[in-house]
Design a protein around this ligand. Sequence first.
Ligand SMILES: *[C@@H]1O[C@H](CO)[C@@H](O)[C@H](O)[C@H]1NC(C)=O
Ligand SMILES: *[C@@H]1O[C@H](CO)[C@@H](O)[C@H](O)[C@H]1NC(C)=O
Ligand SMILES: *[C@@H]1O[C@H](CO)[C@@H](O)[C@H](O)[C@H]1NC(C)=O
Ligand SMILES: *[C@@H]1O[C@H](CO)[C@@H](O)[C@H](O)[C@H]1NC(C)=O
Ligand SMILES: *[C@@H]1O[C@H](CO)[C@@H](O)[C@H](O)[C@H]1NC(C)=O
Ligand SMILES: *[C@@H]1O[C@H](CO)[C@@H](O)[C@H](O)[C@H]1NC(C)=O
Ligand SMILES: *[C@@H]1O[C@H](CO)[C@@H](O)[C@H](O)[C@H]1NC(C)=O
Length: 700
Amino acid sequence: MSSGYSMNTVLFSLFLFVLVPKVSFCFSTKVYVVYMGSKSWEHPDEILKENHQILASVHSGSIEEAQASHVYSYKHGFRGFAAKLSDEQASQISRIWPESPSFSDTDMPEVPQGWKGLCQSGEAFNASTCNRKVIGARYYLSGYEAEEESHAKVSFKSARDSAGHGSHTASIAAGRYVQNMNYKGLASGGARGGAPMARIAVYKSCWDSGCYDVDLLAAFDDAIRDGVNILSLSLGAQSPQGDYFNDAISIGSFHAAKRGVLVVSSAGNEGNPGSATNLAPWMLTVAASSTDRDFTSDIILGNGANITGESLSLFEMNASSRIISASEAFAGYFTPYQSSYCLESSLNKTKTKGKILVCRHVGRSTELKVKKSKIVKEAGGVGMILIDETDQDVAVPFVIPSAIVGKKKGEKILSYIKTTRKPMSRILGAKTVIGARPAPRVAAFSSRGPNVLNPEILKPDVTAPGLNILAAWSPAAGNMFNILSGTSMACPHVTGIATLVKAVHPSWSPSAIKSAIMTTATILDKRHRPIIVDPEQRRANAFDYGSGFLNPLRVLNPGLIYDSEPTDFITFLCSLGYDQRSLHLVTRDNKTCTSKFTTASNLNYPSIAVPNLKDNFSVTRIVTNVGKAASLYKSVVSPPPGVNVTVTPNRLVFTRIGQKIKFSVNFKVSSTSSKGYKFGFLSWTNRRLQVTSPLVVKVG
Ligand SMILES: *[C@@H]1O[C@H](CO)[C@@H](O)[C@H](O)[C@H]1NC(C)=O
Ligand SMILES: *[C@@H]1O[C@H](CO)[C@@H](O)[C@H](O)[C@H]1NC(C)=O
Ligand SMILES: *[C@@H]1O[C@H](CO)[C@@H](O)[C@H](O)[C@H]1NC(C)=O
Ligand SMILES: *[C@@H]1O[C@H](CO)[C@@H](O)[C@H](O)[C@H]1NC(C)=O
Ligand SMILES: *[C@@H]1O[C@H](CO)[C@@H](O)[C@H](O)[C@H]1NC(C)=O
Ligand SMILES: *[C@@H]1O[C@H](CO)[C@@H](O)[C@H](O)[C@H]1NC(C)=O
Ligand SMILES: *[C@@H]1O[C@H](CO)[C@@H](O)[C@H](O)[C@H]1NC(C)=O
């Protein structure tokens, strides 16, 4: 079973497929995105509670208003209440789908002839629900129903998005231009996805408890047959990922790659070294980073100190209040230490009333962070400062004036409280701030290399924006737009760009598109300084961002590409020692191992990793000229410390487009004192272009 990647919940999941027709010249009208749907984003109890509340409001008469005005009903939130609706009510809801302006089909041409997908009807979703933007929708429930004891929790037995995660990621990849997108007034302005004229179709295969392999495989199968060209998966297994032959996503994406479909996926939100998943070399795996936009909330202390926190809460305190550490407000049987985490029932109402509480937090769940503000509110608190011990920088929609700070700022506030007789503070509402910090930075939660399954393949491959991203949301989940964080959001940024590459270069293989995205990525931030990593602010390396940060300006013209054929992936698996049985589990055909690379590092990948360098070792690569017919490239190497790198030949002379030239990269240990992974790069450069690969070497 797999679960999706988003900061909002451990259980998010969705698929998103992007299609491009086989022959295309006009990329603004003939690119199609197909999107696979998502699941509920809240704890089932929480959903049930909210459903009851919402139902009550429906019965008290607001249903007419809701029908009369879409905007009205969306603003007032209908999170996942369909399970509680009659058929008639459900069908009423279905008339308003797809309601999001991000999925409007205005000015889009007819659904193309070659499209073999369908619009499957189901709960709150019928066969005419699709439009010329969302051209297909299917859902997959068999695996879920076979495994789950109770079916009661399924919200919308259809492709309809009950959670919002799917709408969010789909609109990042291919959402139409929306004139005034904002979240409660934050980040307001025009916004669109990476490929706004692409088509979308939905393959919803994940439910309350995650995604089941049989459902995922059926979805892959249909999507490939329907005629998709790019496939985007903001989901994945928990780390450590199982071997490819045990992993439905690896298997499904292998078949996609075999049929010329690029699979873009998220690296995961676990943050630790070696936690990256979706490790197969036939996938494009994306890490998450920040943008230059923050959502901050000023915290003013009684001594005049002005501390910047993160928040999506617009609630603002109009005057200062007493501020205490939540440990002081411990209740009943709870210890001060337990209460410092503001757990349920741990706060003494007498001590909390009218005060700002400083609470601690570990872990990545957005719901739990929001919940702490609810607990403080219920205990009578007027504000909360949440010390996020993992420094995630993820902005959260709290229910009272609140802000998140990292460990350092948290200690400063606690020390002010300790050393002041009557400590006071005031928390201001969240605001949008542009350019206050270096950007992009790799997000603290973004899962990292090395690749624990095959250290010969560097993962993640690239990074893209995934921290505090504004995009569409499902009105069924409460809002028209929302701000979310996760590698789930980073993945469709790459999907959108990959769609444009496919549209401009329709004959390019999935590996070629992936190579273009990787070799043109940048390792510099907006200030032209090396990208840094949250929370330590250290210099990032290839385990954080792979080849670097997506660079849409260069991606259409990479000059050279590192291409791979499906048979290369079979050779790769054989090099790993796959026997007939495990090979069959992946390929599902009669292929046998007829050849092997001397090492798995020799797969023609756009990055180079040598995990066990003994003394002197050579890796080969082949580049294909996709730039000017007559072109000359020279190698430029920045060797990993303690390793001598020789490239042979060190000049590549091309005379025609499509020409392939092989070269080798020799790594030689020059200083044995150098232990652990070291990083460098190899660039093929001419006057206009740089084709860059990270080099990752561990002296063994
Ligand atoms: C589907 O929904 C639309 C809009 O509500 C309605 O006009 C149409 O009759 C429905 N079609 C079917 C087959 O139920
Ligand atoms: C606090 O600092 C922020 C950013 O540095 C600034 O925009 C804000 O005006 C300051 N607030 C006060 C009350 O000084
Ligand atoms: C602050 O004042 C505004 C405007 O008077 C009011 O809407 C808001 O509720 C007040 N905030 C708090 C926390 O009392
Ligand atoms: C809460 O604090 C008050 C005042 O210190 C105390 O009298 C009361 O017993 C406490 N209640 C609980 C449940 O701890
Ligand atoms: C595998 O080989 C067997 C025997 O040669 C053949 O009958 C079968 O159809 C083949 N299967 C596939 C999937 O090619
Ligand atoms: C690496 O080793 C090979 C033989 O294994 C030798 O021919 C070659 O010269 C060596 N290269 C370097 C740079 O030492
Ligand atoms: C590594 O390269 C340096 C500079 O080219 C050279 O002086 C040194 O001898 C090389 N070391 C080895 C072990 O080949």
